[in-house]
Design a protein around this ligand. Sequence first.
Ligand code: AMP
Ligand code: MG
Length: 402
Amino acid sequence: MIPISEAISIVLEHSPRLKVESVVLSDALGRVLAEDIIADTDLPPFDRAQMDGYAVRAADVSQTPARLRIVGESAAGAGWHHEMKAGEAVRIMTGAPVPLGADAVQQVELTREVDGNAIVEILTPVEVGRSIVNRAAEIKAGETVLRAGEDINAAMIATLASFGYSEVKVGRRPRVAVMATGSELVNVDEKPGADQIRDSNNYTIAAYATLAGATVERLPLAGDDTEELKRQIRAAADQSDVLITSGGVSMGVYDFTKAALKELGAEIFFERVALRPGKPTVFARLGNTLVFGLPGNPVSVAVTFNLFARTALRVMQGAQQPQLAEETAVLARDLKGSMDRESYLPAILRTDGKGTLLAEPLKWGGSSDFVAFARATALINVPAGMKTVEKGQHVKVTRLSG
Ligand code: AMP
Ligand code: MG
C-alpha cells in the first residue's frame, strides 16, 4: 500500500504528453492551450473614448458653462482624424478614437447642444484624461497574454479572438475506453434480474473523462472471467490511450481484472493506495496504453478517477495544473478519519453569512452510496492517523468539477 502522494507522482511520471493539434476558435473551449498567446496589437489600439459625449481640452472647460464649437464627429469605426484646436469640441461615441488635441471626454449627460448643433455647452468641468483609455494602456503589442498549459475557459475566448487566433494550438484529446466488469451488471436499458444491478460506473467515468477533455468509448460489459477480460482489455488497448476499468480489483474470489492485466504482460505501477475510499486502485501500462483499474463501488470510482485518472488525462493534454486545486474550508460537522489511510470524503461546500467557506460532510452510507454522493460538490481530505476531525477545524477540500 503506497501513500496517495506517491501514487500521484507515479501517475505524473508515466503519463505521456500527447501531440499538439490546431482547432478552430469555436472549438477551443475546454481544451488545454499548447502555445503562448501573444498580443499582435496594442490594446486599445488607439486612444479610445469610454463614453458618448464630447472630446474637449480640459483647460477650455475649467470654467463652466463653457461654449465650444463642434468641428466634427468621431464614431466607432469612423474617427475624426484632424487636430482639434482650443475652443473646439468633437462629438464622440464610445469606442471611437479620441482626436489629436483633445485630452478629455465629457459625457453627453453633462453637455447641451445649442445654436442648431454648431455649439456645445459643457456644463461641468472635466479633468485631463477623463473617459479616455490611452493606446496600449491595457496591453502592449508583443506581450504574452495567455500561456501554454492553461485551460481555455469562456472568459479567455475574447482574448483569443481579439488577437486574431482563428485557430488555436491545443493538446490532443486522449482517447479513453471505459469497461465495467462484474457478472452482476446489466445495461441501463435493461431491467436487472435477481442478483443483478445496472452498470453506472461506465457512465460516471465517461462523464468525468469528458469533463477532463477526453473522448470516450464505452466497451461492452465484461463478466468476471479472466479470458473474457483479457480479450476485451487487449482490444481496448489497441484503440485507446487510456483504458479505465471498474470492479474486480479487490480481494474477492472473482476479482480478475488484475490477473487479466498481469497475464497480458501489463506493467503494474501500483495496485493498492492508502486511500479511503478506493484502496484497491490499480495503475498499469499495457503497450502504450495506460490502464486504470478502479474499484467497483461507485463513490470509490468517482474519488479515484478524480485523483488519478483525471490527472493522467490532463498531463496528456499538457495541462500546467493537472490536479484538482486544493482549498481550505472550515468543517461544518464532526468527521471520522482513518488511522492507516488518507480519506477523501464527499461534502457540500457553502459559505456562511460572513464569507467563510464551510465544508459540510455528506451523510452517507459508504462507498456504495451513490445517491448520497449525487449531492457532493467537493471532497474533504483527512490525513491518515486522524481518528476524528472536529467541527470548526480547518480542512483541505478539492472541488469536483461538473
Ligand atoms: P468489486 O470491486 O467488483 O468487488 O465491486 C464492488 C461493488 O461495486 C459491488 O457491490 C459491485 O456490484 C459494485 N459495482 C461494480 N461495478 C459496478 C458498476 N459498473 N456499476 C455499479 N456498481 C458496480
Ligand atoms: Mg466485481
